[in-house]
Design a protein around this ligand. Structure first.
Ligand SMILES: C[S@@+](CC[C@H](N)C(=O)[O-])C[C@H]1O[C@@H](n2cnc3c(N)ncnc32)[C@H](O)[C@@H]1O
Length: 306
């Protein structure tokens, strides 16, 4: 088989939607409903939701990564009349719905974080263990890459970024090491950066469960793609985009994301805009985590609009 096709096949096979059964239960998609999948990825969750919307429901899938969207289109081709897939950012959801002539949605799903497709392709620059450019853009139409962040921020700004988005205890040491390494020329590749980070942390931290560059890469990815900004904007639109009785389900993989969702859900509940369906976040089963380690840190929260 051709190499590209093989990697596509592997991606499609690999990507098991996280907490699939829990998503269906919380979202409760019904025949005739309009559901938005704001992070369609390669279409795993959408593929589970679509049959529940038949015969006359509709799914709007939004994805900012062109490669993922292309795979989702192939995968959801059988549902062409019911599925509208578009390249974009879910933070623009009100405008997207308006452009499609959809007043409000009955369901909204966000499955945040990164897709296997992004990590597996070295040229995308998301992985510290695969040699590639320091890119990390989910949307390649965007200008700013991780290379700009790594090479252009001052040490203090870098340290703050690693501390907040990466929750990295050695943020200052790593930031200083990056700035020192820049004296020999720009850092341009993933493995080059990973080596600088590994050299900056104390020896004991080099051999832990996580690779020492894990948190640095996570922080850079979140910054390059303004992931918290998109989530915060969407949470501000939630009331306006959901129809009465409509549900929103959000899966997070990072404590800062979960905190934003939890606070927004509680504040809307106090204002009697919606009911929180998950007093505590739902977590994946031990069996799912064993099967799919990416699910490990997933937290699912859901609301129902009044
Ligand atoms: C964990 S994956 C989603 C996987 C998907 N649920 C599935 O089952 O195939 C997250 C996806 O969200 C996309 N994404 C992240 N932020 C986005 C945003 N603000 N707007 C649109 N897509 C976004 C990423 O590019 C990535 O493909």
């Amino acid at each position: 088989m051709h190499a590209v096709l093989m990697s596509e096949a592997a991606a499609l096979q690999w990507h098991q939607p996280v907490m699939g059964a829990e998503v269906l239960e919380a979202l409760n998609p019904r025949p005739g409903a309009t559901v938005v999948d704001g992070t369609v990825g390669t279409g795993g969750h959408s593929l589970m939701i679509l049959p529940r919307l038949l015969p006359d429901g509709r799914l709007v899938g939004i994805e900012r990564d062109q490669d993922a969207l292309e795979l989702a289109r192939k995968r959801l081709a059988d549902f062409e009349p019911q599925a509208t897939l578009l390249h974009g950012n879910y933070r623009r959801l009100p405008a997207i719905l308006q452009e499609l002539g959809i007043p409000r949605a009955d369901g909204l799903l966000l499955d945040l974080g990164i897709s296997s497709l992004q990590v597996d392709r070295a040229e995308r620059g998301f992985s510290f263990s695969r040699e590639g450019p320091l890119d990390m853009r989910m949307d390649r139409e965007q200008e700013e890459t991780a290379e700009a962040v790594v090479n252009e921020l001052a040490a203090d700004e870098l340290a703050l970024l690693l501390e907040t988005l990466g929750e990295e205890r050695f943020a200052r040491r790593i930031a200083r090491a990056i700035v020192r390494a820049r004296e020999d020329g720009r850092l341009t590749t993933t493995t080059q950066l990973a080596r600088v980070v590994a050299g900056a942390v104390p020896p004991a931290a080099r051999h832990g469960r996580l690779h020492p560059a894990t948190r640095t890469f996570q922080a850079l990815r979140m910054a390059v793609n303004d992931e918290l900004g998109a989530l915060e904007t969407l949470l501000g639109h939630l009331d306006a985009v959901l129809s009465p009785g409509g549900r929103a389900v959000i899966i997070t993989f990072h404590s800062l994301e979960d905190r934003l969702v939890k606070r927004a859900f509680l504040s809307g509940a106090r204002e009697r805009r919606w009911t929180v369906l998950t007093k505590k976040p739902a977590r994946p089963s031990a069996e799912e985590v064993a099967r799919n380690p990416r699910a490990r840190s997933a937290k699912l929260r859901a609301i129902e609009k009044r």
